[in-house]
Design a protein around this ligand. Structure first.
Ligand SMILES: Cc1cc2nc3c(=O)[nH]c(=O)nc-3n(C[C@H](O)[C@H](O)[C@H](O)COP(=O)(O)OP(=O)(O)OC[C@H]3O[C@@H](n4cnc5c(N)ncnc54)[C@H](O)[C@@H]3O)c2cc1C
Length: 325
Protein backbone atom coordinates (compact mmCIF):
# COMPACT_ATOMS: atom_id res chain seq x y z
CA UNK A 1 0.00 0.00 0.00
CA UNK A 2 1.27 3.46 -0.79
CA UNK A 3 0.83 5.27 2.54
CA UNK A 4 1.29 8.63 0.77
CA UNK A 5 -2.25 8.36 -0.58
CA UNK A 6 -3.54 8.77 3.00
CA UNK A 7 -3.24 12.13 4.67
CA UNK A 8 -3.28 12.12 8.46
CA UNK A 9 -4.17 15.02 10.73
CA UNK A 10 -1.41 14.03 13.14
CA UNK A 11 1.52 11.67 12.79
CA UNK A 12 3.22 10.77 16.05
CA UNK A 13 6.83 9.65 15.68
CA UNK A 14 7.62 7.30 18.56
CA UNK A 15 5.61 4.86 20.66
CA UNK A 16 6.77 5.50 24.23
CA UNK A 17 4.59 7.03 26.99
CA UNK A 18 4.70 10.46 25.24
CA UNK A 19 3.60 9.04 21.89
CA UNK A 20 0.80 6.78 23.15
CA UNK A 21 -0.59 9.48 25.45
CA UNK A 22 -0.56 12.02 22.61
CA UNK A 23 -2.40 9.45 20.47
CA UNK A 24 -5.14 8.92 23.06
CA UNK A 25 -5.81 12.67 23.06
CA UNK A 26 -5.66 13.28 19.29
CA UNK A 27 -7.79 10.27 18.40
CA UNK A 28 -10.41 11.09 21.04
CA UNK A 29 -10.59 14.53 19.38
CA UNK A 30 -11.43 12.70 16.08
CA UNK A 31 -8.11 13.61 14.49
CA UNK A 32 -6.90 10.97 12.04
CA UNK A 33 -3.81 9.72 13.83
CA UNK A 34 -0.90 7.48 12.90
CA UNK A 35 1.83 6.33 15.29
CA UNK A 36 5.15 5.31 13.78
CA UNK A 37 6.59 3.06 16.43
CA UNK A 38 10.29 3.14 15.56
CA UNK A 39 13.13 0.81 16.49
CA UNK A 40 11.82 0.21 20.05
CA UNK A 41 8.04 -0.25 20.00
CA UNK A 42 6.83 0.87 23.44
CA UNK A 43 10.03 2.83 24.13
CA UNK A 44 12.50 2.71 26.99
CA UNK A 45 10.12 1.34 29.63
CA UNK A 46 9.86 -1.93 27.70
CA UNK A 47 13.51 -2.52 28.63
CA UNK A 48 12.86 -2.51 32.37
CA UNK A 49 10.97 -4.78 34.74
CA UNK A 50 9.21 -3.20 37.75
CA UNK A 51 7.84 0.35 37.41
CA UNK A 52 6.86 1.57 40.86
CA UNK A 53 6.26 5.25 40.29
CA UNK A 54 3.66 5.41 37.51
CA UNK A 55 0.40 6.59 39.12
CA UNK A 56 -2.59 4.29 38.98
CA UNK A 57 -0.70 1.08 39.72
CA UNK A 58 -0.45 0.82 43.52
CA UNK A 59 1.36 -2.56 43.38
CA UNK A 60 3.69 -1.44 40.60
CA UNK A 61 3.57 -2.74 37.04
CA UNK A 62 6.05 -4.32 34.62
CA UNK A 63 7.33 -1.80 32.06
CA UNK A 64 6.29 -3.84 28.97
CA UNK A 65 2.80 -4.41 30.43
CA UNK A 66 2.34 -0.69 31.15
CA UNK A 67 3.19 0.16 27.54
CA UNK A 68 0.97 -2.64 26.19
CA UNK A 69 -1.89 -1.10 28.15
CA UNK A 70 -1.12 2.35 26.72
CA UNK A 71 -1.08 0.88 23.21
CA UNK A 72 -4.43 -0.82 23.82
CA UNK A 73 -5.91 2.42 25.15
CA UNK A 74 -4.77 4.33 22.06
CA UNK A 75 -6.12 1.51 19.86
CA UNK A 76 -9.55 1.84 21.47
CA UNK A 77 -9.98 5.21 19.76
CA UNK A 78 -8.89 4.06 16.30
CA UNK A 79 -5.24 5.08 16.18
CA UNK A 80 -3.27 3.39 13.39
CA UNK A 81 0.18 2.06 14.22
CA UNK A 82 2.98 1.09 11.82
CA UNK A 83 6.37 -0.38 12.61
CA UNK A 84 8.71 1.91 10.74
CA UNK A 85 11.52 4.33 11.46
CA UNK A 86 11.55 7.88 10.11
CA UNK A 87 14.78 9.06 8.54
CA UNK A 88 13.71 12.40 7.08
CA UNK A 89 10.96 15.05 7.17
CA UNK A 90 10.03 17.51 4.43
CA UNK A 91 7.55 20.36 4.30
CA UNK A 92 5.44 20.83 1.17
CA UNK A 93 2.90 23.35 -0.03
CA UNK A 94 -0.13 21.28 -0.88
CA UNK A 95 -1.41 20.71 -4.40
CA UNK A 96 -4.50 18.94 -3.02
CA UNK A 97 -8.06 20.15 -3.67
CA UNK A 98 -8.78 19.99 0.05
CA UNK A 99 -9.18 23.62 1.17
CA UNK A 100 -8.10 22.68 4.69
CA UNK A 101 -4.80 21.31 3.45
CA UNK A 102 -2.59 24.25 2.56
CA UNK A 103 0.60 22.50 3.45
CA UNK A 104 1.70 19.18 4.83
CA UNK A 105 4.69 17.19 6.03
CA UNK A 106 6.18 14.22 4.23
CA UNK A 107 7.85 11.70 6.52
CA UNK A 108 10.20 9.20 4.93
CA UNK A 109 10.22 5.74 6.52
CA UNK A 110 12.21 2.73 5.41
CA UNK A 111 9.72 1.67 2.75
CA UNK A 112 6.92 4.24 2.79
CA UNK A 113 6.37 7.98 2.80
CA UNK A 114 3.70 9.21 5.21
CA UNK A 115 1.84 12.51 4.85
CA UNK A 116 0.34 14.57 7.64
CA UNK A 117 -0.98 18.03 8.43
CA UNK A 118 0.87 18.09 11.75
CA UNK A 119 3.54 16.06 13.51
CA UNK A 120 4.35 15.20 17.12
CA UNK A 121 7.96 14.16 17.70
CA UNK A 122 8.26 11.82 20.69
CA UNK A 123 11.37 9.86 19.81
CA UNK A 124 12.84 9.73 23.32
CA UNK A 125 16.48 9.41 24.26
CA UNK A 126 18.80 6.63 25.29
CA UNK A 127 21.34 6.45 28.07
CA UNK A 128 24.91 6.37 26.83
CA UNK A 129 26.55 3.05 27.54
CA UNK A 130 30.15 2.28 28.50
CA UNK A 131 30.45 -0.24 25.67
CA UNK A 132 32.46 -2.75 27.71
CA UNK A 133 32.15 -6.56 27.96
CA UNK A 134 29.14 -7.92 29.90
CA UNK A 135 27.46 -4.50 30.25
CA UNK A 136 24.53 -5.62 28.08
CA UNK A 137 24.29 -8.98 29.93
CA UNK A 138 23.82 -7.28 33.32
CA UNK A 139 21.60 -4.40 32.15
CA UNK A 140 18.70 -4.45 34.63
CA UNK A 141 20.49 -7.17 36.63
CA UNK A 142 22.50 -4.86 38.85
CA UNK A 143 23.39 -2.26 36.21
CA UNK A 144 21.06 0.72 35.96
CA UNK A 145 21.06 3.94 33.95
CA UNK A 146 18.49 5.82 36.04
CA UNK A 147 18.89 6.67 39.74
CA UNK A 148 15.40 8.17 40.04
CA UNK A 149 13.91 4.96 38.63
CA UNK A 150 15.97 2.32 40.41
CA UNK A 151 17.56 3.91 43.51
CA UNK A 152 14.75 2.64 45.69
CA UNK A 153 15.68 -0.99 44.85
CA UNK A 154 19.17 -0.50 46.35
CA UNK A 155 18.19 0.35 49.92
CA UNK A 156 21.02 -0.36 52.39
CA UNK A 157 23.38 -1.53 49.59
CA UNK A 158 26.90 -0.57 48.58
CA UNK A 159 26.71 0.80 45.09
CA UNK A 160 28.97 2.45 42.53
CA UNK A 161 28.31 5.34 40.16
CA UNK A 162 30.34 5.37 36.95
CA UNK A 163 31.14 8.79 35.49
CA UNK A 164 32.73 12.13 36.26
CA UNK A 165 30.28 14.76 35.01
CA UNK A 166 27.40 16.63 36.63
CA UNK A 167 25.06 13.66 36.00
CA UNK A 168 27.35 11.36 38.02
CA UNK A 169 27.60 13.81 40.95
CA UNK A 170 23.85 14.41 40.94
CA UNK A 171 22.98 10.69 40.74
CA UNK A 172 25.51 9.84 43.49
CA UNK A 173 24.14 12.49 45.83
CA UNK A 174 20.57 11.35 45.17
CA UNK A 175 21.47 7.68 45.73
CA UNK A 176 22.79 8.37 49.26
CA UNK A 177 19.11 8.55 50.29
CA UNK A 178 18.89 4.79 49.80
CA UNK A 179 22.35 3.25 49.76
CA UNK A 180 24.67 2.41 52.61
CA UNK A 181 27.55 3.81 50.54
CA UNK A 182 28.02 5.27 47.07
CA UNK A 183 31.41 5.09 45.33
CA UNK A 184 32.06 7.32 42.33
CA UNK A 185 34.40 5.56 39.89
CA UNK A 186 36.16 7.82 37.41
CA UNK A 187 39.08 7.35 35.04
CA UNK A 188 40.82 10.63 35.93
CA UNK A 189 41.53 12.76 39.00
CA UNK A 190 39.82 15.82 37.53
CA UNK A 191 36.08 15.96 36.95
CA UNK A 192 34.03 17.39 34.09
CA UNK A 193 31.37 18.18 36.72
CA UNK A 194 31.07 21.73 38.01
CA UNK A 195 33.28 22.37 41.08
CA UNK A 196 30.23 23.09 43.25
CA UNK A 197 28.72 19.67 42.49
CA UNK A 198 32.05 17.94 43.17
CA UNK A 199 32.41 19.80 46.49
CA UNK A 200 28.90 18.77 47.51
CA UNK A 201 29.68 15.11 46.75
CA UNK A 202 33.01 15.29 48.58
CA UNK A 203 31.34 16.66 51.70
CA UNK A 204 28.83 13.80 51.80
CA UNK A 205 30.00 11.18 54.29
CA UNK A 206 28.28 8.38 52.32
CA UNK A 207 30.14 9.16 49.08
CA UNK A 208 33.58 7.69 48.38
CA UNK A 209 35.81 8.05 45.31
CA UNK A 210 37.81 5.53 43.27
CA UNK A 211 39.85 7.70 40.89
CA UNK A 212 42.23 6.99 38.00
CA UNK A 213 40.41 3.75 37.35
CA UNK A 214 39.60 2.50 33.88
CA UNK A 215 36.64 0.12 33.66
CA UNK A 216 37.63 -3.25 32.20
CA UNK A 217 34.55 -5.46 32.67
CA UNK A 218 31.59 -6.39 34.85
CA UNK A 219 31.61 -9.77 36.56
CA UNK A 220 28.95 -12.05 38.03
CA UNK A 221 26.75 -15.06 37.32
CA UNK A 222 23.11 -14.06 36.78
CA UNK A 223 23.47 -10.66 38.45
CA UNK A 224 26.50 -8.40 38.52
CA UNK A 225 28.73 -8.85 41.57
CA UNK A 226 31.89 -6.87 40.89
CA UNK A 227 33.76 -4.68 38.45
CA UNK A 228 37.27 -5.19 37.13
CA UNK A 229 39.22 -1.92 37.15
CA UNK A 230 42.66 -0.97 35.87
CA UNK A 231 44.59 1.78 37.62
CA UNK A 232 45.60 4.29 34.93
CA UNK A 233 48.86 5.12 36.74
CA UNK A 234 50.14 1.85 38.25
CA UNK A 235 48.41 -0.31 35.55
CA UNK A 236 47.38 -2.69 38.35
CA UNK A 237 44.15 -4.59 37.74
CA UNK A 238 41.74 -5.60 40.50
CA UNK A 239 38.16 -6.72 41.20
CA UNK A 240 35.94 -4.42 43.27
CA UNK A 241 32.69 -5.88 44.64
CA UNK A 242 29.48 -3.78 44.69
CA UNK A 243 25.77 -4.61 44.99
CA UNK A 244 24.86 -2.44 42.03
CA UNK A 245 26.18 0.00 39.43
CA UNK A 246 24.70 3.20 38.04
CA UNK A 247 26.12 4.28 34.69
CA UNK A 248 25.89 8.08 34.62
CA UNK A 249 27.64 9.35 31.51
CA UNK A 250 24.73 11.16 29.88
CA UNK A 251 21.92 10.59 27.39
CA UNK A 252 21.51 10.93 23.64
CA UNK A 253 18.16 12.12 22.21
CA UNK A 254 17.00 10.29 19.08
CA UNK A 255 16.78 13.40 16.94
CA UNK A 256 19.56 12.99 14.35
CA UNK A 257 17.01 12.73 11.54
CA UNK A 258 15.59 16.17 12.43
CA UNK A 259 18.89 18.00 12.01
CA UNK A 260 18.43 21.19 10.00
CA UNK A 261 14.63 20.83 10.05
CA UNK A 262 13.83 21.91 13.61
CA UNK A 263 16.02 23.59 16.20
CA UNK A 264 17.76 21.51 18.82
CA UNK A 265 20.30 22.39 21.49
CA UNK A 266 23.95 21.37 21.11
CA UNK A 267 23.22 17.93 22.61
CA UNK A 268 20.34 17.30 20.19
CA UNK A 269 17.38 17.93 22.56
CA UNK A 270 14.48 19.51 20.65
CA UNK A 271 13.91 23.13 21.63
CA UNK A 272 10.29 23.96 22.35
CA UNK A 273 8.65 27.30 22.61
CA UNK A 274 7.61 27.28 26.25
CA UNK A 275 6.71 30.96 26.38
CA UNK A 276 4.04 31.24 23.70
CA UNK A 277 0.57 29.73 23.66
CA UNK A 278 1.72 26.40 22.18
CA UNK A 279 4.15 25.29 24.83
CA UNK A 280 5.28 22.21 22.91
CA UNK A 281 5.71 23.96 19.54
CA UNK A 282 9.09 23.48 17.88
CA UNK A 283 10.79 25.98 15.58
CA UNK A 284 8.77 24.58 12.61
CA UNK A 285 5.05 25.53 12.57
CA UNK A 286 2.86 22.41 12.85
CA UNK A 287 5.55 20.27 14.48
CA UNK A 288 5.29 19.66 18.22
CA UNK A 289 7.56 17.68 20.51
CA UNK A 290 7.21 15.84 23.83
CA UNK A 291 8.98 13.52 26.22
CA UNK A 292 12.63 12.60 26.64
CA UNK A 293 13.65 13.99 23.22
CA UNK A 294 12.86 17.43 24.71
CA UNK A 295 13.42 16.87 28.39
CA UNK A 296 17.01 16.45 29.56
CA UNK A 297 16.09 17.01 33.21
CA UNK A 298 13.23 14.86 34.51
CA UNK A 299 13.37 11.84 32.15
CA UNK A 300 10.41 10.01 33.66
CA UNK A 301 7.53 8.10 32.12
CA UNK A 302 4.84 10.18 33.76
CA UNK A 303 6.50 13.45 32.68
CA UNK A 304 6.76 12.17 29.09
CA UNK A 305 3.08 11.13 29.19
CA UNK A 306 2.09 14.59 30.50
CA UNK A 307 4.06 16.30 27.76
CA UNK A 308 2.47 13.96 25.21
CA UNK A 309 -0.97 15.20 26.31
CA UNK A 310 0.23 18.82 26.01
CA UNK A 311 1.60 18.24 22.50
CA UNK A 312 -1.67 16.63 21.41
CA UNK A 313 -3.73 19.54 22.72
CA UNK A 314 -1.34 22.02 21.05
CA UNK A 315 -1.53 20.16 17.73
CA UNK A 316 -5.32 20.08 17.97
CA UNK A 317 -5.51 23.85 18.62
CA UNK A 318 -3.01 24.59 15.85
CA UNK A 319 -4.97 22.50 13.33
CA UNK A 320 -8.13 24.43 14.23
CA UNK A 321 -6.42 27.75 13.45
CA UNK A 322 -5.30 26.35 10.08
CA UNK A 323 -8.90 25.56 9.20
CA UNK A 324 -10.12 29.05 10.22
CA UNK A 325 -7.50 31.10 8.41
C1 LIG B 1 16.02 0.87 32.18
C2 LIG B 1 15.10 2.05 32.38
C3 LIG B 1 14.26 2.07 33.47
C4 LIG B 1 13.39 3.13 33.65
N1 LIG B 1 12.55 3.11 34.73
C5 LIG B 1 11.65 4.11 34.87
C6 LIG B 1 10.71 4.07 35.95
O1 LIG B 1 10.73 3.16 36.77
N2 LIG B 1 9.82 5.08 36.03
C7 LIG B 1 9.79 6.13 35.13
O2 LIG B 1 8.92 6.99 35.23
N3 LIG B 1 10.69 6.20 34.13
C8 LIG B 1 11.61 5.22 33.98
N4 LIG B 1 12.52 5.29 32.95
C9 LIG B 1 12.51 6.47 32.08
C10 LIG B 1 11.38 6.35 31.04
O3 LIG B 1 11.51 5.13 30.37
C11 LIG B 1 11.43 7.50 30.04
O4 LIG B 1 11.39 8.73 30.73
C12 LIG B 1 10.24 7.43 29.09
O5 LIG B 1 10.18 6.18 28.45
C13 LIG B 1 10.32 8.52 28.03
O6 LIG B 1 9.22 8.37 27.20
P1 LIG B 1 9.21 8.94 25.70
O7 LIG B 1 7.88 8.59 25.16
O8 LIG B 1 9.63 10.34 25.69
O9 LIG B 1 10.37 8.14 24.91
P2 LIG B 1 10.80 6.63 24.82
O10 LIG B 1 10.16 5.77 25.83
O11 LIG B 1 12.27 6.67 24.72
O12 LIG B 1 10.21 6.20 23.40
C14 LIG B 1 10.76 6.71 22.22
C15 LIG B 1 10.07 6.08 21.04
O13 LIG B 1 10.53 6.72 19.83
C16 LIG B 1 10.78 5.73 18.85
N5 LIG B 1 11.73 6.30 17.88
C17 LIG B 1 13.00 6.72 18.07
N6 LIG B 1 13.53 7.16 16.91
C18 LIG B 1 12.56 7.03 15.96
C19 LIG B 1 12.48 7.29 14.56
N7 LIG B 1 13.51 7.82 13.88
N8 LIG B 1 11.33 7.00 13.90
C20 LIG B 1 10.27 6.48 14.56
N9 LIG B 1 10.28 6.22 15.89
C21 LIG B 1 11.41 6.47 16.58
C22 LIG B 1 11.29 4.54 19.62
O14 LIG B 1 11.12 3.35 18.89
C23 LIG B 1 10.35 4.59 20.85
O15 LIG B 1 9.16 3.91 20.56
C24 LIG B 1 13.39 4.24 32.74
C25 LIG B 1 14.27 4.22 31.65
C26 LIG B 1 15.11 3.14 31.46
C27 LIG B 1 16.04 3.13 30.27
Amino acid sequence: MNEKSKIYDVIIIGSGPAGYTAAVYTSRAFLKTLIISGPTPGGQLTTTSEVDNYPGFPEGILGPELLERMKKQAGRFGVEIVNDEISNIKYQISNSNDKNLKSSFLLAGSSNVYESRSVIVSTGASAKTLGIPSEEKFRGKGISYCATCDGFFFRGKNIAVLGGGDTAMEEATFLTRFAESVTIIHRREEFRASPIMVEKAKKDSKIKFLLNKEIVEFKGETTVKSIKLKDTKSKEVGDFPFDGFFVAIGHKPATEFLKGFIKTDDKGYVLINDKEKYKTATSAGGIFAAGDCVDSIYRQGIVAAGMGAMAALDAQKWLETQELS
